[in-house]
Design a protein around this ligand. Structure first.
Ligand SMILES: C[S@@+](CC[C@H](N)C(=O)[O-])C[C@H]1O[C@@H](n2cnc3c(N)ncnc32)[C@H](O)[C@@H]1O
Length: 407
C-alpha cells in the first residue's frame, strides 16, 4: 500500500512536496517545518476529523493526522509545540510509527534530505538539456528508465482538481463525434470521478452547442459526496476551488478570473461574484456518490455513449487501476466512446489492448499536448510522457479516446 498525501491538507504548495526515488513512496515535507506550521492553521477548517496524534521527534512540532477511512493517509496538521492546544488524553504516536503504519516513510527537508540530493541534481541537469535533444530516441529511453525505476512508485496523489474546458482539443473532438449521431438521437453521457462537475458541464456544453436536437441524459458520479453536492449546485467562485472540506486535496480553482468572460455562455455571473452553471446545461443530469471500482456500477448507470473516466485511476495501485478500468470499459455502449486520461500508461495499454476498443487518433497530438500542468516527466508521476510514435502500441498508449465498434 502506498499512502496518498494531500499537499494542500499538509498546508504547503505542491512544489514543496516531492517524491523520493525509493518505493513504496517517500514524501519530503516542506523546506523546513516552519512553513507547514504557519499554513496549518489555514487548512484547519477544511480537514476531516483527525484519526490520531503524533509527536515530531525533533520536538518542534506535534499534530494530528487524517486518513480517508480506506487506509490512505490524506493529511498531517502540524502544531508548533509552543502554540499547541491541549491534546486529548491519548498518547501521541511518533511520525515514524505513522509512516510505518501507512507503508511510507517521511523525511523532513532541512533535517534528512540527503537522499534527495542526487535526484534533484539529476533533474536539474535533465532540465538544462534542450528540448530537441530530449526528444531523441536515446534520451526518450533514458527518460523511460528514470520514470520506471525512480518515479513510477512514488507520490500517488488523489485530488479533486478539475476545471472548465480543461482540454479544448478533446472537447472539439467530442463535438465532432456527437455530430455523427442521427437527428434527435438519445445520447447517454457519464463522468465518473466527476469531482465538482466542471468536466461534465463542459462536455454537455460542447455537445449542446453543436447538436441541440440530441436528447442527452447524463450522470456525474464521484466517491466523495462533498464534491457531488458541489457539482449538483453548480456554483463556483473564480480562483477559489469549490471542493473544500472533502477527503482529498481540492486542487486549483475550477475557473480562473481571467477566463470568466470566455465562459459566459456556460456560467452565469451572480451578484455576489460567484458563477452559476446556466440552466440549459443543468437539465437531465443525475449526480450520485459511487465508487468507480464497484462492479455493480453498470446496474446503476447502464451503458453510455460517452464514458468519461479521467484523472482518478493514476493514483490507484496497479491491480486496482486495472480492475477499475475494466469496470469503466463495461460501461461503454456498443458504438460508444471511452475517454481515459490520468492513468498509468502501462496499465492503460495493457488493459485496452485486450479490450476490443480502438483508439481514435483524431487530434491525438493536440489532445496529448494540451494540458500544460502535466510537465515534469520523467521526474513526476503525473508528468506527461512525450508522444513517441516509434513506441510499440503508441496508438493506444498516447490516445485518450477509444471507440467500441457496432453502433
Ligand atoms: C482529479 S479529479 C478528476 C475530475 C475530472 N474527472 C477531471 O478530469 O477533471 C479525481 C476525482 O476522482 C474521484 N475519485 C477518486 N477515486 C474514485 C473512485 N474510486 N470512484 C469514484 N470517484 C473517485 C475523486 O474524489 C476526485 O473528485
Amino acid at each position: 500500500m502506498v499512502a496518498a498525501v494531500s499537499s494542500r491538507a499538509l498546508g504547503f504548495s505542491s512544489s514543496t512536496i516531492e517524491p523520493c526515488p525509493t518505493p513504496p513512496g517517500i514524501f519530503v515535507l516542506g523546506r523546513t517545518v516552519a512553513p507547514c506550521i504557519m499554513n496549518a492553521a489555514r487548512t484547519q477548517s477544511t480537514l476531516p476529523k483527525p484519526v490520531g496524534l503524533f509527536g515530531h521527534r525533533f520536538r518542534q512540532a506535534s499534530g494530528e493526522f487524517f486518513d480517508d477511512g480506506a487506509g490512505h493517509l490524506i493529511g498531517l496538521r502540524f502544531v508548533p509545540t509552543r502554540f499547541r492546544p491541549p491534546l486529548p488524553a491519548r498518547s501521541p504516536r511518533d511520525l515514524s510509527a505513522i509512516s510505518k503504519e501507512y507503508s511510507m516513510s517521511m523525511t523532513m527537508t532541512g533535517f534528512i534530505s540527503l537522499r534527495q540530493v542526487p535526484r534533484r541534481l539529476c533533474r536539474a541537469v535533465w532540465e538544462t538539456i534542450p528540448s530537441p535533444v530530449r526528444q531523441t530516441p536515446l534520451m526518450f529511453r533514458a527518460g523511460r528508465y528514470i520514470y520506471r525505476k525512480f518515479t513510477r512508485n512514488t507520490v500517488r496523489l488523489q485530488t479533486h482538481y478539475t476545471h472548465f474546458m480543461r482540454n479544448p482539443p478533446l472537447l472539439s473532438v467530442i463535438e465532432a463525434l456527437a455530430s455523427q449521431f442521427p437527428r434527435d438521437a438519445q445520447v447517454k453521457i457519464a463522468s465518473i470521478g466527476c469531482s465538482t462537475g466542471a468536466e461534465l458541464y463542459s462536455v454537455l456544453y460542447a455537445i449542446r452547442r453543436v447538436r441541440d436536437d440530441l436528447r442527452l441524459t447524463a450522470y456525474g458520479a464521484d466517491i466523495s459526496d462533498t464534491v457531488v453536492e458541489v457539482a449538483r449546485r453548480g456554483i463556483y467562485h473564480p480562483d477559489v476551488p469549490a471542493a473544500q472540506g472533502s477527503a482529498y486535496a481540492a486542487g486549483r480553482a475550477e475557473v480562473a478570473s481571467v477566463d470568466v468572460s470566455s465562459l459566459s455562455e456556460l456560467l452565469q455571473p451572480l451578484p455576489d461574484g460567484s458563477l452559476r452553471v446556466r440552466d440549459w446545461l443543468r437539465q437531465d443530469i443525475t449526480w450520485l456518490t459511487a465508487d468507480a471500482t464497484d462492479d455493480s456500477l453498470q446496474d446503476l448507470l447502464g451503458r453510455q455513449d460517452f464514458l468519461l473516466a479521467n484523472n482518478f485511476m493514476g493514483p490507484m495501485e496497479d491491480p486496482l487501476a486495472e480492475r477499475c478500468l475494466r469496470n469503466m470499459i463495461r460501461l461503454v455502449a456498443p458504438g460508444g466512446y471511452l475517454f481515459v486520461d490520468g492513468i498509468d500508461l502501462d496499465v492503460k495499454t495493457r488493459v485496452l489492448k485486450a479490450s476490443g476498443l480502438r483508439p481514435v487518433l483524431t487530434s491525438q497530438e493536440e489532445i496529448w499536448a494540451s494540458e500544460g500542468a502535466r510537465g515534469g516527466w520523467p521526474w513526476l508521476r503525473w508528468g506527461r510522457e512525450p508522444l513517441n510514435r516509434s513506441e510499440a502500441d503508441w496508438a493506444i498508449r498516447y490516445s485518450i479516446i477509444f471507440h467500441l465498434g457496432d453502433r
